[in-house]
Write a protein that binds this ligand. Sequence first.
Ligand SMILES: Cc1ncc(COP(=O)(O)O)c(C=O)c1O
Length: 406
Amino acid sequence: MASWLTNFYQPTAPISEERIAVTGGASQNLACLLQVFTDPVHTRNVWIVAPAYMLAFRIFDDSALKLRAVPEDEEGIDIEYLRTEIRESEAKARAQPNGEQPIKPQRPWSKFYRHIIYAVPTFSNPSFKTMTLKRREQLVRLAREYDALIITDDVYDFLQWPASLTAKHLSLDKAVLPRIVDIDRYLDGGAEREGADGFGNSVSNGSFSKIAGPGLRTGWCEGTSKLAFGVSQTGSSRSGGAPSQLAATFLGEIIESGDLQRHVYEVLQPSYGRRYQKFVRAIETELIPLGARLPQTDRDVVGGYFIWLTLPDGIKSITVVQRAKEEENVVVAQGEIFQVPGDTDHAGTHFEQDIRMCFAWEDEDVLAEGIERLARVIRGLQNEQQDGEAQSSMQHATKASAEEFW
Ligand SMILES: Cc1ncc(COP(=O)(O)O)c(C=O)c1O
């Protein structure tokens, strides 16, 4: 793992084995990280980049943590919003008389962070965006300032290809940007700089789910050696041993032989890349002319499973999702399911005009038809809207002339 990750991410120094812990997948390890590194009283909030991977919400909830949404713009997380809100959260804490002492016992292999920040910085599920290098660096600095642990699900990083719809060579064996955990390692003296506690402020959650098979229930996480050791000491892992011995053994063999890497670069990237090209070409001919919008259209490299689409103005995702299913047998996900529960008041944290679409599942030759069917639904709604507007302006005109008459 260490040498494959080093080859792929090209960090400033090679990745050592001590920085890696084998996990039971990104979901299971998110729970482990929260068990070891948070406390329900001392940890003030989980700051979640919205729209967010919705199945993470319950994992945070299980650890009794308070969720807050942070909007994204075209560069990724809105740093200034996050800074203001964390500052306010800390001011509120200072106003409380009893302090916020942890209720969990302190252990030598762990620490309780004051804040958690959760993001999917590369080819995000669901927003499809990639956070820029500048934002990644700003986020690391902010996390250091406020004792936050940034947990990133880096689960789509290997599924990447050139964004150009005419690209022929769809395989890329080097990461597009350093992960946040790589940046934490080198920025301003790095995570293990003098005077720091050595745990660092970021951890990368990786997974074999998307590159070898979800049922394997195996992943890895990377952080400082101190943090990786802390994860390995989670109670359930210590009792059972590693979370995923058998599957991890098989995976170890296919990484050592290079078969997994070949599968990723020679099978997955070209197949998903071709699906992406067909999907986006259809979106450009069918949906963009209707007023729909795609995020970050100027990237050189894209990837992942999903595309986030902002619907034309006046069209609600709830209606599109229902009609697409009922009338066209097309399944897309409604934007609202990716809203952070309990924190949807601020602009950019609610998504009733957006949908998430998956291009990775269906065969290459049916994807364009799926988009054509979706376009039919949207066009139908726009026609109804125009009829409605025509009717209401006629009513308005009648009313106005009636008022004039009286
Ligand atoms: C952002 C994100 N995190 C985590 C997961 C789940 O990963 P795993 O199967 O490794 O638990 C997914 C899969 O859908 C995902 O999209």
